[in-house]
Design a protein around this ligand. Structure first.
Ligand code: CU
Length: 162
């Protein structure tokens, strides 16, 4: 059987990608780690996801790493792209979610939501629902404050790609 150049390339690509991944991981997509921490490594903030903004591609994996105990990661019901599934991880456990839908995803730590332990995932071109996240229902002042800070930084990213 004769292989076309394109077939050969895709076979090689598949082999290389599979070889680099740990067993059980998806064949496609990159894994991005988000640490759940009691203290920010560089700033004087406590109870943080680090980094609190990640830019990824559809099919990538977000791995929440339980570096410090007492945290989890839960998606906001009103901060998801249309059709995307939410998640809720167990306390004190590492957790992985594969983000398939393009758009913006907001999430929080259940015990520290009111303290502003929140984060944002931008998947591909996030413009479809990004602005709608700003209308989400936030109750705690510290939670609002952290989101304002995140949006100020994310505006640069989302605006820049439009
Ligand atoms: Cu927490």
């Amino acid at each position: 059987m004769k292989l076309t150049r394109r077939m050969t390339m895709s076979l090689m690509g598949a082999t290389a990608a599979t070889a680099m991944l740990p067993s059980g991981a998806r064949a496609n997509g990159t894994v991005h780690e988000v640490q759940m921490l009691n203290r920010h490594p560089e700033e004087s903030e406590s109870m943080v996801f680090y980094p609190d903004i990640v830019e990824v591609q559809p099919g990538d994996t977000i791995r929440f790493v339980s570096v410090d105990n007492g945290h989890n990661a839960v998606s906001y019901d009103d901060m998801l792209p249309e059709g995307a599934e939410g998640w809720k991880s167990r306390m004190n456990k590492d957790f992985e979610v594969v983000v398939e839908s393009e758009g913006a995803y907001g999430y929080y730590c259940q015990p520290h939501k009111a303290l502003g332990m929140v984060g944002l995932i931008l998947v591909g071109d996030a413009t479809a629902n990004y602005e709608s996240l700003k209308e989400a229902n936030l109750r705690a002042p510290r939670e609002k404050e952290r989101w304002e800070d995140i949006f100020a930084r994310a505006d640069e990213i989302v605006g820049g790609s439009a």
